[in-house]
Design a protein around this ligand. Structure first.
Ligand code: SAH
Ligand code: SF4
Length: 398
């Protein structure tokens, strides 16, 4: 976001470039720019999203320099202790990925959904919810604002599975945003035809956020109206083959889910080649069949984050809004201290945000994007984290 530091290209090997930030080197994929060594770029999520004129880049780097080293020192001090698995995970995060932290924006553009997932407040049988759809123009304008005014470098466009957005509309949306904004564009629109995803890739989308929800086949088909887990997993594999960076993961605290299920879900996330691990607590919604299921404990979620970090030291792990909702005061802070290193900021217009009720009482639903940005900046600085790209995870398994 506005809080981002450019880096200098020091090596180019086909589409993979090595970028230097102060004393650290990170890899990123470059699909869109003609680059030469010594060029300056912004990268986000392991992706080069903007070439920056040298003068401008050097001036931003100068303003950051002192603060960056102070943050690094703070992170160093905060990760000295390894007395429990949370501290151990946090120190592994620092060893492998330094104090970088990715911050993505999310726009929730429609809460209509043709599906009936038992856990979700947007399920089609919930007729208590007020539905909304943003027009293409609204979404494009908001993306431009997020990118060009607020300074976000990565944006997730999320919705229920809403077929009002036809293939043509989605294509137009991605083309326009790609033309007008320098951002890493990530789509989270559920399951659509693979040919559409191919076209959206060509139009400029480069990330897909699609959780497999649970790797337990029975649980999956019970929770998703008889659908097959295999289909979702195949789609994720095909999307990766197209070239998309995959953000995936699972829900924690589902009825009849065991701790063994959760551990094997961590492994499955890695096996799917997730560029970003996205897992979080299931939070019951009063208008769904799962309304009486208790929320999972904060300790369980933090333990899963720590386990994922220890098992896969190079991974990028997201603090989800659901974790922030589980503990509104400290959820994000504790997640980042247990091995996580990425955050999302909701930039959906406030009137719609309240209606995007996947689960109730979501964290910071009333907070403006600008205020949330400030809150996140303060949080990251208190933890010694810097807005340097986390780099591409080239150690991912195929
Ligand atoms: N329709 C798309 C994207 C929107 S839903 C899809 O399903 O992929 C985004 C995510 O919200 C889902 O992947 C699910 O993991 C999460 N979600 C749904 N209901 C939830 C609940 N009650 N608590 C926590 N997360 C929930
Ligand atoms: Fe629809 Fe996604 Fe919610 Fe399922 S989880 S009901 S697909 S919005």
């Amino acid at each position: 976001m506005c809080y981002a530091i450019p880096g200098k290209v020091v090596e180019i090997s086909n589409k993979i470039v090595t970028i230097e930030y102060f004393n650290e080197k990170k890899k990123a994929r470059n699909d869109f720019f003609e680059l030469l060594p010594n060029d300056y770029v912004f990268a986000q999520g392991g992706f080069v999203i903007q070439k920056v004129p040298e003068k401008e880049a050097i001036s931003i780097i100068q303003t950051w320099k002192d603060l960056f080293f102070r943050l690094q020192e703070k992170d160093q001090i905060l990760t000295l202790k390894k007395d429990n698995i949370y501290e151990l995970a946090n120190s592994i995060r620092k060893e492998h990925l330094g104090n970088s932290c990715c911050v993505h924006g999310i726009i929730e553009f429609s809460n209509y959904c043709i599906r009936n997932c038992l856990y979700c407040g947007l399920r089609k049988d919930n007729n208590k919810i007020k539905r909304y759809r943003m027009s293409l123009e609204q979404i494009i304008k908001l993306s431009e604002y997020a990118s060009n005014v607020l300074g976000f470098k990565a944006i997730v466009l999320q919705s229920g599975e809403d077929l009002w957005y036809t293939d043509e509309k989605l294509l137009k949306l991605v083309e326009e945003i790609h033309k007008k904004c320098s951002i890493f564009l990530i789509l989270s629109i559920g399951e659509r035809d693979i040919n559409l995803f191919k076209k959206l890739y060509k139009a400029g989308a480069r990330g897909i956020l699609l959780r497999f929800e649970t790797g337990n086949e029975n649980l999956y088909s019970n929770l998703k109206e008889g659908q097959e887990l295999k289909k979702r997993i195949n789609l994720l594999r095909e999307l990766r083959e197209i070239g998309y960076l995959i953000f995936t993961g699972f829900l924690i605290g589902l009825p009849n889910q065991t701790f063994e299920d959760i551990i094997s879900d961590i492994h499955l996330t890695n096996k799917l080649g997730a560029e970003m691990f996205s897992f979080g607590p299931f939070i019951p919604h009063p208008e769904t069949p799962l309304k009486y299921i208790p929320r999972p404990s904060l300790k369980l979620i933090l333990t899963v984050i720590a386990k994922a970090r220890i098992l896969y030291p190079e991974s990028k792990i997201l603090v989800t809004t659901a974790l922030e909702t589980l503990d509104k005061k400290n959820g994000a802070y504790l997640g980042l201290k247990s091995g996580a290193n990425s955050l999302m900021i909701n930039i959906t217009p406030q009137k719609y945000r309240k209606m995007y009720e996947i689960y109730p009482q979501r964290a910071d639903v009333e907070l403006s994007a600008k205020n949330k940005i400030n809150k996140v900046i303060n949080l990251l600085q208190s933890l010694g984290r810097a807005p340097i790209d986390l780099g591409l995870n080239l150690k991912q398994k195929a």
